[in-house]
Ligand binder design. Structure first.
Ligand SMILES: [Zn+2]
Length: 88
């Protein structure tokens, strides 16, 4: 049964309006985004790349920074990100 769980079924941003607004980013570039692996990431900084635009440094977000709701567990992130993490 667990294998039938929809990968896109988790709705991040339902815990509070602040997170929803931060993710929707209609008037700005959101720093909190859901990756292709369905893991919620937060950009924590910029990294300088030689001869390129600065790159964003992302970290999985475990708790909502606004209301403190637990959004995903370390195990969730590991299993999701691990499935297609080092695949090329
Ligand atoms: Zn929240």
């Amino acid at each position: 049964m667990a294998a039938d769980a929809p990968t896109s079924g988790i709705e991040f941003g339902t815990c509070c309006a602040e997170l929803k607004d931060a993710m929707s980013g209609e008037e700005f570039e959101p720093l909190i985004t859901v990756g292709e692996d369905s893991v919620l990431y937060m950009s924590v900084g910029l990294i300088d790349l030689e001869d390129e635009e600065p790159g964003m440094v992302d970290h999985p977000l475990f708790f909502c920074p606004f209301c403190g709701t637990k959004l995903q567990s370390v195990e969730d992130v590991r299993s999701k990100a691990g499935e297609n993490g080092v695949d090329d």
